[in-house]
Design a protein around this ligand. Structure first.
Ligand SMILES: NC(=O)c1ccc[n+]([C@@H]2O[C@H](COP(=O)([O-])OP(=O)(O)OC[C@H]3O[C@@H](n4cnc5c(N)ncnc54)[C@H](O)[C@@H]3O)[C@@H](O)[C@H]2O)c1
Length: 457
């Protein structure tokens, strides 16, 4: 351990011991409303003048697009002016939800050519993210693009280039990275709370049909109500298939499987918390065990990822798994394990567990004391807590709000976002390479700094 890390670790332990007394029932708040505190600053963050209104449009008005738009509308000074979708039903719903005067269209370029739109939310299936993002930035629009940033590893550099050339604000939608939970975990890791990181893991278990991508198909789904030709215009040609349109996640032409859908969130959080640029070796295994509904992607997937030693962190391993035929094993978590303890991280809480403290009757400890020429008085010690949970303050609006707020404020203040195109690509690439590893039955190698696929490490 480096000297400064050791000093901050010692500082952390001291702080933990002194604050422990003030902690009720092992629980502490993630933030306070004291002036100068993070939460306080966040509340102040929303001040905006009459000229700061941000007009947005939504492209892809399904589940997440609706959710992102509702979140954006919670940010003061944001107005929705237009919605684009390829299915009539979604455009009709948009008018019902957000107002009959909304401009609606099936052609996203009609959105991009409107002068009254400052920013677009892109929440289409994954195979449209790259093209619409690049076109939107070149049309002078700021972009909030859902994760994964791109559909294949090859597509990433074009988005980065467009962002750099146009200078538009570009935020990828892995909202957890802006949450108080991720921020606290980052601060704790930096302070040495778990010592040197050696391992991380994440996990999803699902079983319900809709949860595992068997979405309902509307009765009126047809080429009369859906612009199928546009939908597949950047994918292999196929006759109309409503399953491929409404259950797109199951098909590799449009979706990115469990890794692109879910693993990508944990890469984003892990990279934010650790400052890592990504893994250099990626290996996946899994299979289609149950959902034989025509899907082309596995329903059980395991990924292992080697992170080499880097300026920001020691070498460590990551294990991610997803099981769509398991209704018993609980929910997603991100766990980081270090030489001194571990952290279980969600968007609004962090549970820090410290390795058990050696008490003074431990024979190994007594022997060590003897070797150091010290005697053990036998007197009992004050021990720091082994577990402490930091919870977000009541009223916390959550990661999705913070992430959207971060985007809108970057537009207003010409500031930076948490998850720009480079960050988004570094999170998407290992997830997409995990799919490549599964389908090619071989490890994939990646240079996370140069953001390039390599033959070996
Ligand atoms: N950040 C998160 O937590 C989160 C959660 C869910 C989904 N997502 C992401 O959001 C995106 C959308 O997922 P979803 O669950 O909302 O899917 P969805 O199927 O509910 O919605 C997608 C919508 O896009 C429309 N569409 C398809 N192609 C289009 C095009 N070329 N132009 C305009 N509209 C088009 C479809 O008609 C549909 O209404 C995906 O990339 C997904 O990975 C993110």
């Amino acid at each position: 351990m480096k000297e400064d890390q050791e000093a901050s670790r010692r500082g952390f332990i001291k702080k933990l011991a002194t604050t422990a007394a003030a902690v009720t029932a092992g629980s502490s708040l993630l933030a306070t409303d004291k002036p100068g505190s993070f939460y306080y600053l966040k509340q102040q963050y929303n001040n905006f003048g009459p000229n700061d209104q941000v007009n947005i449009a939504l492209i892809g008005a399904g589940g997440m697009g609706t959710s992102d738009t509702n979140t954006a509308l919670q940010v003061p000074g944001v107005k929705l002016v237009a919605v684009c979708d390829l299915y009539d039903g979604r455009l009709k719903d948009a008018k019902t939800k957000w107002g009959a005067d909304l401009f609606t269209t099936k052609h996203y370029k009609e959105i991009l050519s409107r002068k009254d739109i400052d920013a677009v939310i892109i929440a289409t299936p994954d195979h449209w993210h790259q093209q619409i993002s690049v076109d939107a930035m070149h049309a002078g629009k700021h972009v909030y693009c859902e994760k994964p940033m791109v559909h294949s590893v090859m597509e990433g550099p074009a988005v980065i280039k467009a962002q750099q050339e146009t200078g538009m604000v570009f935020q990828v939608g892995s909202q957890g990275v802006s949450s108080l939970g991720n921020e606290k975990a980052r601060e704790l890791l930096k302070s040495g709370a778990i010592g040197d990181l050696n391992y991380a893991e994440g996990f999803w278990a699902r079983r319900g049909a809709v949860e595992v991508w068997q979405y309902p198909i509307p009765d009126d789904a047809s080429t009369q109500t859906i612009d199928w030709d546009t939908y597949i215009s950047n994918a292999p040609k196929r006759p109309f298939d409503s399953k491929r349109f409404f259950r797109w996640r199951n098909y590799t032409d449009y979706g990115t499987g469990m890794a692109g859908d879910l693993f990508v969130h944990l890469f984003s959080s892990l990279h934010f918390i650790t400052g890592s640029m990504g893994p250099n070796k990626i290996y996946a295994s899994g299979g289609l065990r149950y959902w034989n509904d025509g899907r082309e992607v596995p329903d059980v997937l395991l990924g292992t990822f080697d992170y080499a030693k880097a300026a920001a962190h020691p070498a460590f391993n990551l294990s991610l798994r997803c099981n769509f035929v398991d209704g018993t094993s609980g929910t997603t978590y991100l766990k980081l394990v270090g030489s001194e303890g571990s952290m279980d991280i969600t968007w609004d809480s962090v549970t820090l567990k410290r390795n058990k403290t050696i008490d003074n009757s431990d024979p190994f400890y007594i022997e060590k004391m003897k070797q150091m020429g010290q005697t053990n008085s036998g007197r009992k010690m004050m021990l720091p807590p082994e577990q402490i949970t930091y919870d977000a303050e009541k009223g916390y609006l959550g990661g999705p709000y913070d992430h959207m707020n971060n985007f809108i404020n970057a537009i207003r203040n010409k500031g930076k976002v948490t998850e720009d195109a480079v960050f988004g690509y570094r999170a998407a690439a290992p997830a997409l390479l995990c799919n490549d590893s599964y389908f090619k039955n071989a490890p994939m190698f990646w240079d996370p700094e140069k953001m390039k696929q390599v033959k070996s490490v």
